[in-house]
Write a new protein. Structure first.
Lengths: 113, 253
């Protein structure tokens, strides 16, 4: 299915956000998390985000600053909202301070910014 | 003249043929293979049995005081559409899983996905993770096992596991049928676990059929109707997620 650039960016944002939420929750769960290789077959959100990234031009160099600012802002907002749902229910040890640094890392790893 | 009865349609032997009966020399008689322990499996292709024996031989080479070796996953499904062999080595010592995987790859030509677990770790997994329960509901083990488990619901862990299945909602067209099936299976196994129902390969597949009104093969073959399937999927996902959030809420009070 052909998707336009804006749609691809939204899908990229959704998957990267999911990957970051997962990473922060993993840290919150800590030692209780067992070897999770059984879920190796589940395509990770980061991997799926990368599939979208490959379709967003420019493919081989960072996106324009305007796009980076937009994407970063949307990811931070989405991750924060997802985590706040859990915090409001009494989920402890969620470190909101990690959101920005993990977002920067994810954007750099996927050659967005 | 003695008579020998063999099954019908045996290629090369017609009714009334004369044959020679000869004692097989000792060197041609294979040593009886190590007996395997089957769980939830009635039949396995001979070539797969041979591969399992080879895997056990490789694992033996690299380990001492082995508690058990368990083969599980898609390798045990009928046919040959598996990507790798899931191997759980139950052992207390540290073992280099990479070397075992490499050796299995070299000897058998199939990727060995090795997971090292202590006996305690495996029991913990069976107590808290529906996917562990499902995987061990269909497996072949080197030694007979009986793990006394007590289901413990850890809502934070289940939240983390469920989050992976969220991926299907936004990426329906991008995912292959097998990927879709894995996400659905993950979600349904969590649902059954929360309902304190048995989590086995069969119970999960039955629940998938009941919930979505489609056969597992339709999901794997990627021939789903997006609109109706996603509607049900989102409903189940939100229901399971709400139930987990309630659990977290009550647990924190």
């Amino acid at each position: 299915m052909v998707q336009n650039r804006n749609k691809l960016i939204e899908l990229f944002i959704g998957n990267i956000s999911n990957a970051i939420v997962h990473e922060i929750l993993e840290k919150a769960v800590g030692k209780e998390l067992l070897a999770d290789k059984y879920r190796k077959e589940l395509a990770s959100s980061f991997e799926i985000a990368s599939r979208y990234r490959e379709k967003i031009n420019p493919v081989n160099r960072p996106l324009p600053d305007k796009d980076v600012v937009y994407i970063k802002g949307r990811i931070i907002a989405r991750v924060r909202a997802e985590l706040l749902i859990r915090i409001s229910k009494g989920y402890e040890n969620i470190n909101l301070g990690l959101i920005e640094s993990l977002t920067d890392k994810a954007l750099s790893d996927s050659m967005v910014g | 003249m003695d008579q020998i009865y063999i099954p019908k349609n045996r290629v090369g032997f017609d009714i009334g043929n004369y044959v020679v009966i000869k004692i097989l020399k000792d060197e041609y008689i294979e040593e009886p293979a190590e007996k395997l322990c089957f769980y939830g499996i009635n039949k396995l292709e001979p070539i797969k049995l041979h591969i399992i024996h080879e895997v056990f031989r490789v694992v033996d080479k690299y380990t001492d005081n082995l508690e058990n070796v368990i083969i599980t996953g898609s390798f045990l499904e009928k046919g040959f559409s598996f990507n790798d062999i899931d191997i759980i080595i139950v052992i207390e010592n540290n073992v280099k899983s990479e070397r075992i995987s490499e050796d299995i790859g070299d000897k058998i030509g199939v990727n060995g996905h090795v997971m090292i677990l202590s006996g305690k770790g495996l029991i913990e997994g069976l107590n808290t993770d529906p996917l562990y329960q499902m995987m061990l509901s269909r497996c072949v083990a080197k030694k007979r096992f009986f793990y006394k488990t007590r289901q413990t619901i850890n809502y934070k862990l289940l939240d983390l596991h469920l989050l992976k299945s969220k991926t299907l909602i936004d990426n329906f067209y991008l995912l292959s049928g097998k990927e879709k099936y894995n996400f659905v299976r993950n979600m349904i196994s969590i649902y059954l676990f929360l309902e304190k129902k048995k989590v086995t390969v069969d119970s999960v597949n039955k629940e998938i059929k009941k919930t979505f009104g489609v056969d597992v093969l339709e999901i794997k073959n990627n021939v789903l109707n997006k609109k109706s399937f996603l509607k049900k999927y989102k409903f189940v996902y939100n229901m399971v997620f709400d139930s987990i959030l309630k659990g977290i809420e009550h647990g924190s009070k």
